[in-house]
Ligand binder design. Sequence first.
Ligand code: ARG
Length: 638
Amino acid sequence: MATCSVEGLQDLLGRAGLDTPVPEFPGSDILHNIQDVFKAYLADALQKTVPCDRLAAYDAIQPPNMTGMGDLVIVSPKLRLEGVEPKALKGLVADLAQRLPSGPPLTVPIPDGIHLRVMSSGETLARLVPPYIIHRKATFGFNDVAGLTDAQATDSPKKKIVVEYSSPNLAGDFAPRHLRSTLVGAFVANLFQGMGWDVVRMNYLGDWGKQIGLLAAGWKRFGSDEAFAKDPLRHLLDVNDKITAEFKPEQEASRALKNENKDPAEVESQGLFAERDETFQRLEHGDEEIIALWNPFRNATVERLAAAHARLGIVFDDRSGESQVSAESVAEVEDTLKEKGIYELQQDGGWTLDFAKHDSKGLGWAAMRYRDGTSGYLLRDVAAVLDRYKTHAFEKMLYVVEAKQDTHFQRIHKTLELMDRAHLSAKIQHVSFGDITGLNGDFTDCRLLDDYLDKARDLARQALADEEEGVFLNQDDQTIDRLGMSALIAQDLAHKRTGSYAMDAHKMAGFGPSTGVTFQNCYARLASLLAGQPATDEIDFATLKYDTLQTPEYSDLLRVMAQFPDIVSASYKTLEPSHIVSYLMRLVENTEIALQEDDDQEWEDRDDEVAARMVMYEAARQVLENAMRLIGLQPCAA
Ligand code: ARG
């Protein structure tokens, strides 16, 4: 499409009165980041005005942190001017403000201490931003070259990334940490996909381990085929609750002995302890009877979970689990560690790895295999890295898992390094996140993913019923469900990833400034405004009348739209979803201000101007859609 090539872009700029070609700078990417167009002109003018290095001029220009504070900021110390004392920089900035040429694509710069703030001109914004976005549609904001094996060759294959997220446990509660992993992980996967990576979305079900042995013991006592057929996951929880309660005194007895530094072996060789361990042992040895018992549990969990994930718009490519880790990879890990002489056989028959002996004091030691011969979480996880690398030959693998498991992931890294697989260790990364503290009243009883989703949906239904004016959303069940999901997602991702937060059921689903419901409502409002407008490929951008779009309300909306690529690229570096949520808030606010301005004006007999305005809103709708989809919101009116 026209502006997707340098020539096309140049042509459009020419019509906006910019006859000089966009100056070239290394690192400038005018086809993916619209701000780079303005930045290039500014850097060129800057370098012609002060005697600085051309690259330094370009690097000294940065995006501002807030709208209204300029579209670009010249950070004067970064000009690295020879012989200019730091205290002279303020004067230099004031002088620059006088001498820098102003006029499209930029306006008169405003000095701000050692910074010089520069705004894009309303005229250029009005002409350039809407077609730039409309030509790029869903790709606007993203640089899909980032994920190519060779950024210079657009036909080179995409790099592969495995993103593991959600990963709850069989017959266990879908805990807040699983919820956050699901939401943050979906964002991270979408982000890499937008950046041109080949993304494998993976859910690593906790469907193996001693707790499965205990569950089987529970099933013997409390299991009912009928209850399982009716509501499998809840029945499994119920069975698990009952057997866990029965097991508790035994566990406490063992713990008490350990605390007194006594050997718990005898306590652990009887009762439920023995039954649990023996059953899991049989499972690890592929005992048919026990596998036949476990299989339906797993299948039902995978199936029900997929349905719940689908409500959130999430589809996994790989629904593996701890049970799927191959025996070959487990053997490879253990053999290598044995060869290196660092796998330690304990007196009780268990195997451990003592990280403290290998320059990693903080990592302590870890049980790899228990004394009954069954495998541990760490051993399976390290073996899973080998499996996944064999299957996917990934360039990168991310684990979106709570910060509390930090040590575990450091141990995975260290184990791989000890196995001489440092290159593999370098490809994996733990993307950690903080807790959801204190689930608010409405959410305290949630035990399955569907429970959270149902609560969120009910809250959205209530919020819609309470809101009397300004609702543009349909009220059908599907819309209400999506609104609930949007509320849940936006509340979570509005918080800094590494921080913790308390869920607030009251704020979450309402029409406050940065809720999912508000984003959806704004989207629906734009969609209804645009209904009946000509298809975007029928628009002749050259003949539109842009004059009215230069009033501050419209210019501000256009400039926020133009910032999206910078926002995406910042969150690509930090994997921080909250940048996108605060961006959405600004975009929605500015859209509403612009729509208010429409109402304040008289539009009769101004068809050409109305058409230009509609094109601006179509572009705004597109950016809103792109940002919403990035965090996992499915626009309701799409
Ligand atoms: N199932 C685990 C839990 O509930 C999370 C798994 C995280 N992923 C991993 N590869 N260890 O905490």
